[in-house]
Design a binder for this molecule. Sequence first.
Ligand SMILES: [Zn+2]
Ligand SMILES: [Zn+2]
Length: 377
Amino acid sequence: MRVGSHDVDALIDEVSVNCSCSRTHSVGLKGIEVVNGHAGETVLRLIGENCCAERVAVAVDRVTLGVLGGEVAGALSSSGIEVKLVEVTKADEANVSAVERSLAGTEFAVAVGGGTVIDVCKLASYRSGKPFVSVPTALSHDGISSPVASIWLGDRPYRTSVLAREPMAVVADISVLRGSPRRLAAAGVGDLLAKVTALKDWELGKRYGGEEVCEAAYQLEVMAIKRALEFVRGGLREHEKLLEGLVFSGLAMSLVGSSRPASGSEHLISHYIDGKGKSRALHGEQVALGTVAMALYHSEVNDMWWKEERLGWRRIRRVMEEVGLPVTLAEIGLNEEDGVGAIVNAADIRPERFTVLHMRRPSEQEAMSLLRRTGIC
Ligand SMILES: [Zn+2]
Ligand SMILES: [Zn+2]
């Protein structure tokens, strides 16, 4: 399979061949199709190549139906496939069940949308044992091709990362992605900047929790960070680069079967903020803010922190300013107290996911100092 100029199969072979970890690496993602228009026909061809579906469920939301969902559904029905359109409104159990119900009697699912639609469809198709194709309408997060769904479960105050299965293929219509709001692409950059701290948290999990760090997944995340920085350097015009970065991160998660390579203390802070329900920010915007604070914290308490200056908190913050990501709590509707509470308490959300916040829980005073010194508040 190819992503931009990269042969991803060769890449996985290359990164896995000398992998020191004990896992057997396999990835369910069979193809990434980057197209310029004609996404519907491409989905139709992929379905034809992989099964002989007569009925397909197409998950959309109100916006993505108009952007690309209608086109995909139209291409399928005009070739005689019975299409069941299902509208997703929230990434919660009720919506997962609704998509599962519409998957009954179909052989295939297609998710056309951003994070919510793809996450819901991912879990529903996993539970139903049906393959699905991911058709992203924006590049705002790395869930496009990952096996992990982020869902509101029961009355838990924050989203839970649920292991599902990655899509069989991703169809990326580059003209649609280029036309999507700049804020969404900036959020995608934010979700990739988060790997700077997520990877270091993973290393701490190895040192203090005996976790295994998969070198192949680690290297994919390093490449993902590089792609994000290249996308920024190119003036946010080469969306293929951002797509590559997000797909690499999804592949890293597929290799280890969890979000571990992609999600550390900065994601826990974001989940904590989600739980308070006050923030107006996107996932990628929140985790990027968490990354700045955690990068400073790591640099002070973690002797394994990056030596490269370009991965330090100052440079991360500068990149965020360049792409128009929020760099203060006020910009996302939060105050200092909210930020301090998130940093001090985020570790409780997932006690088993060892991060720098578990290694050494900051006091309120220290959390406040991190926020002030980084200019976050
Ligand atoms: Zn994320
Ligand atoms: Zn490995």
